[in-house]
Design a protein around this ligand. Sequence first.
Ligand SMILES: [Mg+2]
Length: 255
Amino acid sequence: MKKVLAFDIDQTLNIAKTPIPDEIADLLTRCLDHFEICPISGQKFDQFLIQIVDRLTDATPEQLSHLHLFVAQGTQYYRYNIEKKDWEQVYNFPLTDDQVAKITNAIETAAKELGYWEEDKLAPGDEIIENRLSQVTFSALGQKAGTEAKYAWDPDCKKREKICARAKELAPEFDYEIGGTTSINAITPGMNKEFGMTHMLEELNVTKEDILYFGDMTQPGGNDYPVVQMGIDTITVRSHEDTAYALRGILGVTE
Ligand SMILES: [Mg+2]
């Protein structure tokens, strides 16, 4: 039997950038009694709290001790300290200032050349390019844009494929991955979900065969694809509804 259930977040556990729905919160809480639960996504730690942890209102400290947060594609890892009743960072692999500057320049230049730099559509105080320490993230309409606008911006990923291709020409030493609905994550090669999953194996002292992974971008070029390439058992979902369906099945045979 699997020991670990690992999850992409956006579009796998939720509607991109929003807190997980009640049903997913309930299913994850129940799963914490049977599995180590590992969300892994390009988001920042704060977003893991807002989107997942704060929604697990019924989870006990004992249950939370089985939740492992693999932040920024697993280049940062947080676990719950039962005694302190708080999250603690276990490791962090940040980019250098120079790397951040090079990536920012490449993506901004690419988006501007292609006419996809939508600065006029940003909410006050919002930003298109964000330094998430272990990666730099482009969000075409900013972090605060509405879900509908985000879905409409690049449903077939074509705009982002072009930005990625041009940015790769401008700063080829980095990798550019499409994620969420309007995002591109730029990382140093190897600092993708394979890096995170490899550290997950180490930190949880499990083998690949012990993990079942859920993701929505498992196609080549998608940010879940490195997990598939590692040979980890993967369930491709279209939305959190598919994930809920699978989790109900898993709990049906475990509980
Ligand atoms: Mg996703």
